[in-house]
Design a protein around this ligand. Structure first.
Ligand SMILES: [Zn+2]
Ligand SMILES: [Zn+2]
Length: 381
């Protein structure tokens, strides 16, 4: 039997050594030419209607391996006893961001009923100057400060109860150059209409936690969950490089197990994450059943080098859809697949739909693999 003292010490020992701080980080590979930066540009603190101190937001981000955050307290919805400058949030968190190597981008949320709803101005210079009676003046000032402006949670139930609509006010905002990005995912909500608008109107897609509570309220890290975030494909891990990437729409949205974004970013991300280690050819049987049933058999070994999950569904491009089993390749996981192609088609390719990589609200990324059996390990290109 252990002494009372060791009974106290043992759990502490286990906590220290079994829960390394890196446990919450998700490994998402860089793509050729760009670093993949995990960012969250929308969250709150005690300086508006959140419940945590600004430096805590930095600690959370550091634990999760985020490159950058913006603390976007509401300029308007503040507790009555908060009378300080609207720059206080950012200034309070600055030192801790420096210590933890998290890029802290100044920002604030312009908060109105619908229309126009809520908009974030990040990369703002002076949040006090953004605070105005008239939202048009706030947005004009944000633009004057060189801020990057996003329309937040466009399909928020409370503001758009039936359908997610692009209203005349949003058209006006867009035409005035007061909207550069749009949230297609916010916390636990996803807005497919906004994703389509972003593609059509060339807006930058954004995903954000909009955390008001401590971040653990939104993600069970022990289960491998993560906050909703924006993946920024930047030339460097700097504030300027993030801004350049946002201005040039090099983002994807990481929401639950889904990655949303344009094919030009999702394809390299897939190819860097999921590699084909080996393909083995098993020649078709020549005796027995009728020739029409003959198939060429291949064994494919996939290795997932990332912390992302992949859902693959075997398809025949252009053919009417059939039922095919869905294969899940877990983070850092491996999968060996036995597949057949009809021998008479002579096809040396096999295609998969990556069901959780969406390049439009309705289009999954298609991943085609050349069936070239090689003795050596081979990666897909
Ligand atoms: Zn709020
Ligand atoms: Zn909001």
């Amino acid at each position: 039997m252990r002494s009372p003292q060791s009974r106290i010490l043992l759990p502490a020992f286990l906590i220290l050594f079994c829960a390394p701080l890196g446990a919450q980080k998700i490994d998402i590979p860089d793509i050729p030419g760009y670093k993949t930066l995990q960012c969250d540009f929308h969250m709150h603190t005690v300086f508006s209607d959140g419940v945590v101190w600004p430096a805590v937001r930095v600690d959370e981000a550091a634990r999760e391996g985020l490159a950058a955050i913006s603390i976007t307290d509401h300029l308007e919805n503040r507790r009555k006893d908060v009378t300080s400058s609207r720059n206080r949030t950012h200034d309070t968190a600055k030192q801790s961001a420096k210590d933890k190597r998290v890029i802290l981008i100044r920002g604030g949320e312009i908060t109105r009923a619908m229309p126009p709803g809520h908009l974030n101005a990040i990369f703002s210079k002076d949040n006090d100057a953004l605070y105005k009676e008239d939202w048009r003046e706030s947005l004009a000032e944000a633009k004057k400060q060189g801020a990057f402006i996003t329309w937040n949670h466009p399909g928020w139930d409370r503001q758009q109860p039936h359908t997610t609509r692009w209203l005349p006010e949003h058209e006006e905002i867009y035409k005035n150059g007061w909207m550069h990005g749009i949230e297609i995912a916010n916390g636990g909500d996803y807005f497919p209409e906004a994703f389509q608008w972003a593609l059509d109107k060339k807006l930058t897609i954004i995903g954000a936690s909009d955390a008001h509570q401590p971040i653990q309220a939104y993600a069970d890290f022990a289960k491998g969950e993560h906050r909703t975030m924006t993946l920024v494909f930047a030339k460097a891990r700097t504030e300027e490089a993030i801004r350049e990437a946002l201005d040039n729409r090099r983002t994807a949205v990481f929401f639950k197990d889904f990655i949303h974004g344009e094919e030009q970013w999702l394809r390299p991300l897939l190819e860097k994450s999921l590699v084909v280690q080996k393909i083995t050819h098993k020649p078709a049987a020549t005796s027995g059943a009728s020739t029409s049933a003959r198939t060429e058999k291949y064994e494919i070994v996939f290795k997932n080098n990332s912390g992302l999950l992949f859902c693959l569904k075997k398809i025949v491009p252009g053919a009417p859809s059939h039922y095919f089993r869905e294969y899940i390749i877990k983070p850092q996981g491996q999968l060996t697949l036995s597949v057949g192609t009809p021998a008479e088609t002579g096809s040396d390719e096999i295609s998969f739909e990556v069901s959780n990589f969406l390049t439009t609200p309705k289009t999954p990324l298609i991943h085609t693999i050349k069936l070239l059996p090689t003795p050596a390990a081979k990666t897909t290109k």
